[in-house]
Design a protein around this ligand. Sequence first.
Ligand code: ATP
Length: 339
Amino acid sequence: MPEPPPAIEARNLRKHYGAHAAVQDVSFRVEAGQTLVLLGPSGCGKTTLLRMLNRLVEPDSGTVFINGQDARSQPAEQLRRGMGYVIQQVGLLPHYTVAENVAVVPRLLNHAPAAVAARTNELLTRLHLPPERFAGQYPSQLSGGQQQRVGLARALAADPPIVLLDEPFGALDPITRASIRREFRELPELRSKTMVLVTHDVTEAFELADQILLLDAGQVQQLGPPRELLLRPANDFVRRFFAAEQLALQLRALRLEDVLGELPEAINRVVTNNESDFNTLPLTASVQLALEQLSHAPARHSGEPVVWMRVSDSTVRPLTYATLMAAFGRAVRRLAAED
Ligand SMILES: Nc1ncnc2c1ncn2[C@@H]1O[C@H](COP(=O)(O)OP(=O)(O)OP(=O)(O)O)[C@@H](O)[C@H]1O
């Protein structure tokens, strides 16, 4: 059986504005259900690249394939109706109510009115905008965060398999931004979607990406999973881009299973299934989470706080600040040296 084509493939895309090369020979693939984050400094070409995927910008050369089909093989409007598109400015229609804004694309696609109404209510409820309060309101009556959610509901209304997002949380303050991002990540609606998301926020990129494409001056600097860019930067630009937040990102990116082999021999404890004494962490927990737990953990006999890591069904192993941080340092060096 031949492999299915990627949901999105960009091949050798280029775009010039006059003499300025906004995007230079960029290629990538996004497999179905995966999230690609386009990351880079202001003006590096992220938005131009994203807009080439739904043909709001036509490339000078190169090709976009959607499910193996050249994006130019259908009219641009039809292509766009099959893709959700969320932008920072939200772009809600001011004279339409919230419900009417959400229903724009399903109506264009001639979905049955009852189905459109049911879908609108479902999405507003999921996005914490109770329809009985919000459906009849106008965009000007909503806060920025609420408008952003309506924009997301609108992009998802026709259940498109692909969603493009351009700085979708960009206009929000940091606290609202973090909480909407959390909701967004947990939305069952988005689990199976193929997404391409533009941001210049490194933490956001690490939270949401399966793959990151880091751009500078229209050129790909590195493409890969977040931890690969962090631990094995391809060049100085990549290294410098993450330098300021390197430690925080490493603590989130490394899991206890990465540091397990670096821990000193310790006495494992046997636990029974019904023993609830131990606040245990799975091996998939991040080092960051273990440190957070340690900060709340009671001191043991030695006087040091201890948390427990589950190494098998019946055994747990102690972690202290000292053993965890020493093992973390060794694991970072080991992973950075691996090919
Ligand atoms: N319509 C246009 N006409 C002329 N130049 C443009 C146009 N659109 C973008 N550019 C230029 O192309 C370059 C890339 O712009 P783009 O908006 O893709 O960058 P970006 O990485 O998304 O930036 P930001 O993070 O600031 O939104 C910039 O130098 C920009 O000035």
